[in-house]
Write a new protein. Structure first.
Length: 119
């Protein structure tokens, strides 16, 4: 019977069991696939509580997204309005305003909760 993961030892055992289940060829809705699904939920919850991943800095997120989609900084100027504004923002001299956050969220698909963080 599956139980909540409450210790690092239980976490390690759950990871090992999930690995074994992932190596099997399982059919959907089988006992093994259900066990793997439940284990993955329990593992995720334990990791979220004990190993939280911090959100990226807004400027790092913008630069990363530009690189990811092969967009130049010049093209970013079109989203933000002015070329000088883009430079000021990427250098940290100017903060993002609400309109910029909305545009970056819409055009670059960067989550707003990442963009609104203090930096």
């Amino acid at each position: 019977m599956l139980k909540p993961i409450k210790s690092n030892q239980q976490y390690e055992l759950a990871l090992a069991r999930a690995y074994v289940l992932m190596q099997k060829t399982t059919k959907p809705d089988s006992k093994d696939s259900d066990e793997l699904e439940i284990l993955s939920i329990l593992i995720k919850e334990y990791e979220n509580e004990h190993y939280p991943v911090p959100k990226p800095n807004p400027l790092e997120a913008i630069k990363f997204r530009l690189e990811q989609i092969n967009m130049s900084e010049a093209e970013l100027s079109e989203i933000l309005g002015y070329r000088s504004r883009k430079s000021e923002i990427l250098s940290g001299k100017r903060k993002l305003n609400l309109a910029m956050i909305r545009k970056l969220n819409e055009k670059l698909q960067i989550p707003a909760d990442v963009l609104i963080q203090a930096y």
